[in-house]
Design a protein around this ligand. Structure first.
Ligand code: SF4
Length: 372
């Protein structure tokens, strides 16, 4: 299924969040008029394959903070641009406090398939420092309203905001699961030129996460979310042009940050496999696809294993015998048993500890042969 995005930069925003520059992120300097949006859709359609299913998404700004009249006008214009059954549904992104009984009633009158809620954190202090227009209470209320109306929702979360810690970030991931999010986007905070955060940085009042720090948080959030059935659809901002990237003043920007996070997850899975059998060498039967996953971004996993004194050999098989979903669940259990496990907050020590640990859990996988 293809998403056709329509960007409405800062549309409906009641204030400017400390980290945000929608003009940079959407590549647009103004909110487009309806005819502009229809033209954009026409351009998208040229590239659609026959019978391909698609949804139109309103991104940028806070859609439900627009007046009821404007929100309806946008949705109706898109629906009118397609014939019946051509469009699978409409998605939109909005802030939690804009999700009210009346805005949800309005949405229920249209084929809205998903609402993406810009939550960013489940910590009120972090939200306040980021100048978000909502509280954590608004998030819970929004989730309840959408669930009662049968409208699926996704959640946006950030790492590295002022006042945020790995603990608040992991808590946010567990809360996203608990309130029933269908999917999640994870964004490490980048300091963009001329934002409130840039000002704080210049005044020495903010220090951005390093790439390593961001990954430490992101891989655990990924495991908590995916391990509990919440699909992580994107990690990190997409900055296409060199000019856009040059406007990142500080922060953990990496064009392949999603791959780095997945590589880290792959390493932790292998590490867990070794630690449960207290082995330094394992031979794994894997499909070609699983092998690519376990090799990781530019052989990152191999390098991490090497540093931990572990060697893995792969035997290619046609049908998967290694259950990676089970591995993800096991990892999820290690990161959190409902609560964040303190032992998993300090990776280098934990890596050493697990190697030596007699208490490593036995999970038992018949198809994995291990030897020391
Ligand atoms: S509500 Fe969203 S779009 Fe508006 S300023 Fe905040 S982060 Fe940017």
């Amino acid at each position: 299924m293809k998403i056709l995005p329509l960007f409405l930069p800062f549309a409906g925003c009641t204030r400017r969040c400390i980290f945000c520059d929608e003009h940079l992120l959407t590549g647009q300097q103004r909110i487009p008029e309806i005819p502009d949006l229809i033209r954009t859709l026409e351009e998208y359609r040229i590239h659609l394959k026959p019978l391909e299913s698609y949804q139109v998404a309103f991104y940028g700004g806070s859609f439900l903070s627009l007046s009821d009249v404007s929100a309806r006008m946008y949705i109706e214009s898109v629906l009118n641009a397609f014939s019946e059954n051509e469009l699978e549904g409409i998605r939109l992104s909005t802030t939690p406090e804009s999700i009210t009984k009346s805005s949800v009633n309005m949405l229920s009158q249209f084929p809205v398939s998903l609402v993406e809620i810009g939550v960013q954190s489940f910590d009120d202090h972090v939200l306040k420092l980021a100048r978000r227009p909502h509280s954590v209470h608004d998030v819970y209320k929004a989730a309840d309203l959408l669930k009662s109306a049968g409208i699926a929702f996704g959640i946006h979360l950030m790492t590295g905001l002022p006042g945020s810690t790995i603990k608040t970030e992991l808590f946010s991931a567990t809360e996203a699961v608990r309130i029933g999010a269908a999917l999640c986007r994870l964004n490490p905070t980048l300091v963009l030129e001329e934002t409130g955060l840039h000002k704080l940085l210049r005044n020495g009042l903010y220090k951005a996460q390093t790439l390593d720090e961001a990954i430490e948080s992101l891989w655990r959030m990924y495991v908590l979310l995916e391990g509990n059935g919440v699909k992580v659809i994107r990690i990190g901002l997409c900055l296409n042009s060199k000019r856009d990237r040059e406007r990142v003043v500080s922060g953990p920007y990496h064009p392949a940050i999603g791959d780095l996070v997945l590589s880290r997850v792959a390493f932790e899975m292998l590490f867990l496999l070794c630690s449960e059998g207290k082995k330094r060498y394992i031979s794994l039967p894997v499909t070609q696809q699983q092998k690519s996953f376990f090799t990781g971004h530019r052989r990152m996993v191999e390098r991490l294993l090497e540093r931990s004194g572990i060697r893995v050999e792969y035997k290619i098989v046609n049908d998967a015998v290694l259950d990676t979903s089970q591995l993800l669940e096991d990892l999820c259990f290690c990161v959190s048993g409902g609560e964040v496990n303190e032992a998993f907050l300090d990776p280098p020590e934990r890596v050493q500890e697990l190697c030596a640990s007699d208490e490593a859990q036995h999970i038992g996988r018949d198809n994995v042969s291990c030897r020391t």
